[in-house]
Design a binder for this molecule. Structure first.
Ligand SMILES: Nc1ncnc2c1ncn2[C@@H]1O[C@H](COP(=O)(O)OP(=O)(O)O)[C@@H](O)[C@H]1O
Ligand SMILES: [Mg+2]
Length: 264
């Protein structure tokens, strides 16, 4: 299947089951979703509904049990080198300081030292870590580690960004700055972004489309096309009637949490 008319990424009847302790557990089922190049798609839904599993399958770290994940019309088989993946844990190397953690992808690419140093300085500024270049991951806060991981992801300059709750640990002001930066990166470089979040406001505010999941097994309940302009002022957006309408609807839909999710 070399057909790309469905978009950059296509989930076709995707399901995933896990075998644990001799039991079969269905994590996600019947996922049909097309993602267009340059789109920001957010995934939101109760904990355990398979959002990370979908990112793992897109990255080629997990194989679907049923159906297929296509990237540019080709079935994802093995590591998908077109994507950069920011997982829920930051995976910074403890023996490298912040600057040299961020420079890892540049070193792998073989970028000249001076150029790499400049690029790292740019990225450090971008994520607000100036002054912490020579700190080690254990010496900085969780939020700062997240920002370092984001800088490293941007250093690797992937075509598609997979982001798993990247800003959850950040304070409101910083989260707004990071979200703004992410949309700027999309705008300037045409990146495609799949972004998992727990936060309904975030799920709407940064999205072109927001995919809402229900749990047990995870299925798509609804896809919300936000219709918000690509260029948007996120600080003002939260008072915008169109945003408020969408956010109110999503909050209402996500409000009833099934009791079996607790301690599952
Ligand atoms: N490697 C695995 N082995 C067994 N079960 C898993 C594995 N990965 C995820 N699961 C289970 O699949 C379900 C979906 O997990 P996940 O994709 O992490 O959900 P979410 O990211 O939406 O919180 C959960 O019930 C989780 O326990
Ligand atoms: Mg998850």
């Amino acid at each position: 299947m070399g057909d790309v008319s469905g978009g950059l990424i296509r989930f076709s009847a995707v399901g995933k089951t896990f075998q644990t302790a001799g039991r079969t557990f269905e994590a996600v089922a019947g996922i049909h979703l097309d993602i267009q190049e340059g789109e920001v798609v957010t995934l939101v839904g109760p904990s355990g509904c398979g959002k990370s599993t979908l990112l793992n399958m897109t990255a080629g770290l997990m194989v679907p049990s049923t159906g297929t994940v296509l990237y540019r019309g080709k079935q994802v088989a093995g590591l998908n080198r077109h994507v950069g993946y920011m997982t829920q844990s930051d995976h910074l190397l403890p023996w490298r300081n912040i600057a040299s953690n961020i420079s890892v992808p540049l070193e792998i690419k073989g970028m000249a030292r001076a150029k790499a140093r400049n690029r790292v300085a740019e990225l450090v500024d971008l994520v607000g870590l100036a002054g912490f270049e020579s700190s080690y991951p254990t010496q900085i806060s969780g939020g700062m580690r997240k920002r370092a991981a984001l800088a490293r992801l941007l250093a690797s300059d992937p075509e598609t960004l997979l982001m798993d709750e990247p800003f959850a640990a950040l304070d409101a002001q910083l989260r707004l700055a990071m979200q703004t930066e992410l949309l700027r990166v999309r705008e300037r470089f045409g990146k495609t972004i799949i972004f998992v979040t727990h936060d309904p406001d975030e799920a709407i505010s940064i999205a072109d489309r927001c995919v809402v999941f229900t749990g047990g097994p995870g299925r798509i309940a609804q896809i919300i096309k936000t219709g918000l302009p690509r260029k948007r002022d996120l600080a003002r957006l939260r008072f915008d009637p169109q945003f408020l309408d969408l956010a109110r609807g999503l909050w209402a839909q996500l409000a009833p949490v099934p009791p079996e999710e607790e301690g599952a």
